[in-house]
Design a protein around this ligand. Structure first.
Ligand code: PHE
Ligand code: FE
Length: 285
């Protein structure tokens, strides 16, 4: 059954993926045999480049899980990853043709199924790609799903997403996804580290987010976060920092129904807004 393609943000560019081959829930089969030698080579080169950039920037949980994935050999068969991932946290990855709409996305997460785009960028998009591809999805997202606390957070996020969608607050909750699961920073023993997939899979923004004096880092506050719009085609001007992965669980445990009303009443903030209540984190602390 053919499903509607999805575009990112307000883009009018047609999406890359072939949505004709997707099932009603937007999943499809990973045609592993169809990857070319060039595809595997692109993946291996991206992997090596990013691996070299992780020390001092990626969080402990990410670094602990990454080596067991075997991503150094090229684009893996998703089934191979799933054997290990299911044993670790009960999650599995499922292939999708690209970005999928809010509701089916939340549905998959709530079932502990993480959608992974199955195609890879071309060699001339090596350093920058607008849509997430298999490298971003696998390298950025999957290692953190091996951590039981984070794995639970993402599932609960999916359940919360379905509820938010029904309440007309999907967009507000999407900001929490963006500023935690994609661009989240965490305070660890030796300093600020990245746990967000958009950072971990980005050659330039990873170091920028952790080290740059020009980046703003503020303690994660739910209302502040859900009020904040984000940019999709430039570095984030503001990152939200947590103290532990457990904080994600604790912070999102209460009923959000009233919270959405408060967020709506308070109004949007721009991605680079500075707010008087911001607990700004200075480096070296
Ligand atoms: N607890 C939130 C609610 O009641 C849902 C939620 C869970 C949101 C986890 C984000 C993450 O709506
Ligand atoms: Fe992502």
């Amino acid at each position: 059954m053919a499903v509607q393609p999805v575009v990112y943000g307000n883009s009018h560019r047609p999406p890359r993926g072939d949505y004709e081959r997707a099932n009603a829930d937007y999943t499809c089969t990973q045609n592993w045999a169809q990857y070319s030698e060039q595809d595997h080579d692109t993946f291996r080169r991206l992997y090596q480049q990013q691996l070299n950039r992780l020390p001092g920037l990626a969080c402990d949980e990410f670094l602990a899980a990454l080596p067991s994935l075997g991503l150094d050999r090229g684009i893996p068969q998703f089934d191979d990853i799933n054997e290990r991932l299911q044993r670790a946290t009960g999650w599995e990855i499922v292939a999708v043709p690209g970005l999928i709409p809010e509701r089916p996305f939340f549905e998959l997460l709530a079932q502990r199924r993480f959608p992974v785009t199955d195609w890879i960028r071309t060699p001339d998009e090596f350093d920058y790609i607008v849509e997430p591809d298999v490298f971003h999805d696998l390298f950025g997202h999957v290692p953190m799903l091996f951590n039981p606390v984070f794995a639970n957070y993402v599932q609960r996020y999916g359940e919360g997403g379905l509820k938010a969608h029904a309440l007309g607050a999907g967009e507000l909750l999407a900001r929490l996804y963006w500023y935690t699961i994609e661009f989240g920073l965490i305070r660890q023993r030796d300093g600020i580290r990245a746990y967000g997939a958009g950072l971990l899979s980005s050659p330039a923004e990873l170091a920028h987010s952790v080290l740059a004096q020009s980046a703003r880092r503020i303690s994660l506050d739910l209302v502040r976060c859900m009020r904040t719009r984000y940019t999709i085609d430039a570095f984030q001007p503001t990152y939200f920092v947590i103290d532990s992965l457990n904080q994600l669980i604790d912070m999102t445990a209460p009923d959000f129904t009233q919270l959405y009303e408060r967020v709506k009443a308070a109004g949007d903030l721009s991605a680079d807004a500075i707010h008087s209540s911001d607990d700004e984190i200075t480096l070296g602390r």
